[in-house]
Write a protein that binds this ligand. Structure first.
Ligand code: MV4
Length: 499
């Protein structure tokens, strides 16, 4: 096993990984920015080093600085968590060059899955269904005519994309040219690559993903599915496992497809294969996330497998100790992501000092938190402060426990999304399991404010966040995982708010 592990991340996921290391009896090194000097992950780690000023581009994303800390502390492995450098193939390669184990997949697997059409082709070659679509086409006129042949609606996607950027839905022929131009331009500025292709657009799909574990000896298993259809502006907000949409037959088929996908990529480590599932229960490969995901706890709760610990064991060269037959589905788990945002004011970020904190506990409750009473939530990063998860023998019990736990949760000093979750937990369609990726927009869970002063605040924070993001999302570095507020998107997408 490793002598010492550096956690190249912050917040709740850094704390989660330090806990895994403590159980494995591996000493840990934390890194932090000047804004995170007093944060929980710094307190939990055995050692901690400052790597720069608050902006991520000057701290959590500075590879040289992180490797320098690793070398001076005698670290032999680095876990990147999610976001930041987790899906940066260059970082994975540089770790290897420095004789430090990257606790994740190979640089080659990250790179391949980061390119949408290359990933699609790899899946097609092994018989995993993908959404009908084109290859990359450089000429706008040729791409437009391919789209017409496919029939509308279609979706234009950036090959370097992910999480909704560089994507455009096109419903009519007359919109196609402009949409291609817009998608290319957004892709160019976000990813430094304006290559796009076209897919058939699926209406109201479910987003179902399979957790996989693979060792460095070619063994691959899946740990069942998670239902991630409850999203707001491409950020997941509630996840559950298993999914109401799958029966045993479909679960087995999709699980096998996920394992085939990982094998085709010569994948090792923990990873997630995402699918879209349509109303007719057809499933299509969407993308593969080559990292530990935010929502991994719900899978841990229904399988009893500690995914974070497994990642370290796999990285150290151990063979998987579990076979597919050992993976048993037990009960039902839910996750509510708690953000420091004001749900009554367009989910405006609500940084500030936490004055009072009482975290829920009791039967079936797990709260993976990155905060404590007296902590000041900084404005520089993703505002997710904790992940409240509940387990129950049935979906109903899991929801009852979630309602109970949300009611127990006391956070004073900042606004949080707890009231939003309480509404979803009482929504009839949610309770019936009748959900899809447009659920939140369709159900109007929160009334939005029309007060002009509120709107001005939204616009100001949006502008500040936009500048901050622009400065940190350097070309070629994977951006933070999509857990943060996308307030800046309101400027473009909800014209009503900026009129
Ligand atoms: C789609 C789609 C419908 N049809 N592709 C959004 C994020 C990116 N990873 C892929 N996304 C989508 N791709 C086709 N051909 C609908 C979405 C989508 C979505 C997917 C997963 C979760 C939430 C979503 C919300 C809106 C759109």
């Amino acid at each position: 096993m490793f002598k010492k592990v550096l956690i190249a991340n912050r917040g709740e996921i850094a704390v989660r990984l330090i806990r895994a290391c403590r159980e494995l009896e591996i000493p840990t090194v934390a890194i932090y920015s000047e804004a995170d000097r007093n944060s929980l992950h710094v307190r939990c780690a055995d050692e901690a080093y400052c790597v720069g000023p608050p902006p991520s581009a000057q701290s959590y994303l500075v590879i040289d600085k992180i490797l320098e800390v690793a070398e001076k502390t005698g670290t032999d492995a680095i876990h990147p968590g999610y976001g930041f450098l987790a899906e940066n193939p260059e970082f994975a390669k540089l770790c290897k060059d420095h004789n430090i184990t990257f606790v994740g997949p190979s640089a080659e697997a990250i790179e391949m899955m980061g390119h949408k059409t290359v990933a699609r082709k790899t899946m097609q070659n092994v018989g995993v269904p993908v959404v009908p679509g084109t290859e990359t086409v450089d000429d706008d006129d040729v791409l437009a005519s391919r789209a017409k042949e496919m029939s509308f609606p279609v979706m234009i996607k950036a090959v370097a994309g992910g999480g909704g950027k560089g994507m455009r839905i096109v419903r009519e022929e007359k919109e196609i040219k402009e949409a291609i131009r817009a998608a290319r331009s957004e892709a160019k500025s976000s990813f430094g690559d304006d290559t796009v292709y076209v897919e058939k657009y699926l209406e109201e799909p479910r987003h179902i993903e399979f957790q996989i574990l693979a060792d460095r000896h070619g063994n691959v298993i899946h740990l069942l599915e998670r239902e991630c259809s409850i999203q707001r502006r491409h950020q997941k907000v509630i996840e559950e496992a298993p999914s109401m949409a799958l029966d045993d037959d479909l679960r087995e088929k999709m699980g096998k497809a996920a394992v085939d996908a990982a094998k085709a990529a010569r994948y090792w480590s923990a990873g997630t294969v995402e699918f879209l599932v349509d109303r007719e229960k057809n499933y299509y490969f969407l993308e593969m996330n080559t990292r530990l995901q935010v929502e991994h706890p719900v899978t841990e709760m229904i399988t009893g497998i500690d995914i974070a610990k497994e990642m370290f064991k796999i990285a150290a060269g151990e063979k998987l100790s579990i076979s597919q037959e050992d993976v048993k589905m037990n009960g039902w788990a839910m996750e509510c992501r708690i953000y420091a945002e004001d749900p009554f004011n367009n989910f405006l970020p609500s940084p500030g000092k936490i004055l009072t904190l009482r975290e829920p506990s009791g039967p079936g409750v797990r709260d993976d938190s990155g905060v404590f009473a007296g902590y000041e939530v900084p404005l520089h990063y993703d505002p997710m402060i904790s992940k409240l998860c509940t387990w129950g023998g049935t979906r109903t019990e899991s929801i009852q426990r979630m309602k109970r736990a949300l009611g127990e949760y006391v956070i004073k000093g900042i606004k949080t999304t707890i009231p939003f979750h309480q509404r979803v937990m009482n929504n009839e369609k949610f309770l019936a399991g009748n959900i899809h990726t447009g659920f939140i927009e369709d159900e109007c869970i929160m009334e939005t404010s029309d007060d002009s002063e509120d709107l001005m605040n939204v616009a100001l924070v949006a502008a500040a966040l936009h500048l901050q993001r622009k400065s940190r999302e350097g070309v070629g570095t994977a951006g933070p995982e999509k857990t943060g507020t996308d307030a800046w998107k309101m400027m473009g997408r909800r014209s009503r708010w900026v009129t």
